[in-house]
Write a protein that binds this ligand. Structure first.
Ligand code: HEM
Length: 154
C-alpha cells in the first residue's frame, strides 16, 4: 500500500470510531447516566477514560486529513481546473467538509472535556449537541463521497 492509501485507511478507521462513539454517547451514555442516581460520578469516570482517546482520534484524523488534502486533494483540484471539469469545485467541497469537521471536533471535545465554559454543551449531550454532531458527521460523509468521486486523472 502507498503512503496516501495507508493514510486514508487510518483516517477512515479513526473517523469511524470517533463518530460512532459520539452517536453512542448521544443516544446511550448521556441519557442513561443522567437518569441514574450518582450519575455525575459515573459520567466523570467515563469522561476520564474516553477523553485521551477522543483527543488522539481528533489529532490523527486532522493530520491524515491534511496529508490527504496535500497528496490527493490538491492534484485533483488542479486537474479539475486544467481540464475544466463540470461539477462542484474540489476546494469548495473540501472547505465545507473542513468547517463541518471543526464543528464536529468542537462538540466531540466538549463532550469529553472538563472546561466549565463548555459545561452547557456537555449538559446538552443527550439532546441538541449529540444531534448536531451526528448531523455534521452525515454531512461530512456525503461531502467526502463527492470528493472521492472527483477524478484523480484524466
Ligand atoms: C470526523 C471527521 C471526518 C470523517 C468521518 C472523515 C471521513 C473520511 C472518509 C470516509 C474518507 C473516504 C476515503 C475514501 O473513500 O477514499 C475521507 C477522505 C478524505 N478526508 Fe476525511 N474525514 C473527516 C475529517 C477530515 C478532515 C478534518 C480533513 C482535512 C483536514 C479531511 C480530509 C480528507 C481528504 C483530503 C480525503 C480524500 C478525499 C479524496 O479522495 O479526494 N477529513 N474522509
Amino acid at each position: 500500500m502507498s503512503g496516501p492509501e495507508i493514510s486514508t485507511l487510518v483516517h477512515i478507521i479513526f473517523g469511524f470510531l470517533i463518530a460512532g462513539a459520539v452517536l453512542f454517547q448521544w443516544r446511550a451514555v448521556f441519557p442513561a447516566v443522567s437518569s441514574e442516581s450518582g450519575g455525575d460520578a459515573v459520567r466523570e469516570a467515563i469522561r476520564k477514560r474516553w477523553a485521551p482517546i477522543a483527543q488522539l482520534g481528533i489529532l490523527v484524523i486532522l493530520v491524515t486529513g491534511i496529508y490527504q488534502f496535500m497528496v490527493i486533494g490538491m492534484p485533483k483540484a488542479d486537474l479539475q481546473k486544467e481540464a475544466e471539469l463540470v461539477g462542484p469545485s474540489y476546494h469548495m467541497l473540501f472547505g465545507i467538509k473542513f468547517l463541518f469537521a471543526m464543528g464536529f471536533f468542537f462538540i466531540a471535545a466538549a463532550m469529553s472535556g472538563r472546561s466549565e465554559a463548555l459545561a452547557k454543551i456537555r449538559e446538552a449531550g443527550a439532546t441538541w449537541a449529540g444531534l448536531v454532531a451526528t448531523l455534521l458527521v452525515i454531512g461530512i460523509l456525503v461531502i467526502t463521497r463527492l470528493l472521492v468521486l472527483i477524478p484523480a486523472s484524466g
